[in-house]
Design a protein around this ligand. Structure first.
Ligand code: H79
Length: 434
């Protein structure tokens, strides 16, 4: 295997990136897709648009069902009354799941704002009977419970824009639209205390416009972490001046180690927004594997939930979050603050993360014959299961000639989802140059 360690050294850039530290250490966050579309749940006038479009996202309903802006708002806004919404409960669930930050859709492509704004009356305070500022309640609760808080904001693909309403033409001129976006941003950046993440979603080709929005974020919230989707994917990486991290395409797991700050956004089933008919649930083992594989590539995992119109997370979501949270309580040291694998390949049994002098083997496929790996130079001092409170030593052998390390393991996997083995070395780990 070719090793590209030089490429993986931290960037020697003069730019101060200390605002990234919490985000790098956090590794795992909650994404929330919630809005008017949640009421429809993927259906319009008795028709299931999710299924028809091969699993179109619920939040794309206005577009998929070709609903005019007027009809969409007229039908859904006055039904938006999620009286069971409890910010305290949501944040507690995220925290218990081991997530370190929350990012919620403050405005998706359908234009509806979940916060108080003077830029448009199409917002939760003025257009719905609910009249509670969801962004305020969640941001305050994140402070109370010690999680970082951020917002998704669709700054470009808004279907009320005259030329961006794909299947049903919008009404706003470009000037009106841009003025609204800038006002919205100022409000989000000024009225909710610390904004830790600005999760933009796929800008246009106008770099000047994106740069202006990015500069405004820096000015009002210098420590906010900005998503690369502020820019279009066609804008070359070195021209994305305000992008703090690279966002991989929706639901895409990284296939190689990332040399720059990167995040994967992932769903628990197919859709982002609530969909009544979507049964494509991923298992808790899948999610634990995503964490391991993202960790091994140095990538954050932003895992999505799509709450119901009443304002609750689904039992399928809370069950999975809880199970993964329990796994994280035991195995979190192999994820939080850990970095990518010392080697640029995976093994038949799984993949590695590392921190200081320790390498963590994330064993996803068990082999009673023992767990073997190559690629690392050095004599491992000790190995143990993270889920063993006694930290009992496992027999470990290192073949200096062939650079193969072998760890003897019991017949049965201690954790069928992912058993983590911590392997401690005397000095920081180096990769085998062969
Ligand atoms: O918010 C989620 C998506 O709604 C949003 N990004 C994530 C985080 C997103 N915006 N644009 N896209 C995703 C790409 C659009 C994909 C599409 Fe389709 C394919 C649009 C039409 C065909 C998916 C399938 C949506 C409707 C049908």
């Amino acid at each position: 295997a070719t090793l590209t360690l030089a490429l993986l050294a931290p960037p020697a850039s003069a730019q101060d990136d200390s605002h990234m530290q919490w985000w790098r250490d956090a590794r795992y966050g909650m994404f929330i897709h919630w809005g008017l579309y949640s009421i429809a749940g993927g259906e319009w006038k008795g028709k299931d648009y999710g299924k028809e479009q091969g699993g179109a996202s619920a939040e794309w309903l206005m577009n998929s069902a070709k609903i005019s802006g007027k009809e969409y708002r007229g039908t859904l806004a006055r039904q938006f009354n999620p009286t069971e919404f409890d910010a305290k409960e949501w944040v507690a669930i995220a925290k218990d799941a081991g997530m370190k930050y929350i990012v919620i859709t403050s405005k998706h492509h359908d234009g509806f704002c979940l916060f108080e704004t003077n830029a448009t009356d199409y917002n939760v305070m003025q257009a719905t009977p609910f009249k509670r500022d969801i962004i305020r309640e969640l941001s305050e609760e994140c402070v109370n419970q010690g999680l970082k808080f951020g917002v998704y904001y669709s700054q470009f693909k808004d279907w009320y824009h005259r030329s961006r309403g794909r299947n049903a033409p919008g009404t706003m001129s470009n000037e009106e639209y841009l003025a609204m976006v800038e006002k919205n941003l100022d409000e989000l950046l000024s009225n909710y205390g610390e904004m830790s993440v600005l999760w933009f979603d796929t800008g246009g080709n106008d770099v000047i416009e994106a740069d202006r929005q990015g500069a405004r974020v820096r000015e009002l919230q210098p420590n906010a972490v900005i998503c690369s989707r502020l820019y279009s994917r066609r804008v070359p990486a070195d021209k994305r001046k305000y992008a703090d991290f690279e966002s991989l395409p929706d639901r895409m797991l990284p296939t190689e180690r990332m040399t720059k700050d990167t995040e994967t956004c992932m769903t628990m089933r197919h859709n982002w927004g609530y969909d009544r008919n979507d049964n494509h649930w991923k298992s808790e083992k899948d999610i634990i594997e995503f964490l391991a594989l993202c960790g091994a590539r140095g990538v954050n995992l932003l895992l999505n939930v799509g709450p119901t119109p009443e304002g609750r997370l689904l039992p399928e979501e809370t069950e999975r979050l809880k199970a993964v949270g329990q796994w994280m309580k035991v195995n979190g040291e192999s994820i939080y603050g850990a970095t990518y694998s010392p080697v640029d390949f995976d093994f038949w049994w799984g993949a590695m993360t590392q921190k200081n002098k320790t390498v963590y083997l994330h064993v996803l496929e068990w082999k009673p014959e023992g767990i073997e790996f190559n690629g690392i130079v050095g004599n491992p001092r000790k190995a143990h299961f993270l889920n063993d409170p006694q930290r009992k030593s496992l027999a470990v052998t290192y073949d200096a000639g062939r650079h193969i390390t072998k760890i003897d393991v019991p017949e049965k996997a201690p954790d069928f989802r992912n058993t983590v083995i911590a392997v401690e070395y005397d000095s920081p780990v180096t990769a085998d140059p062969d």
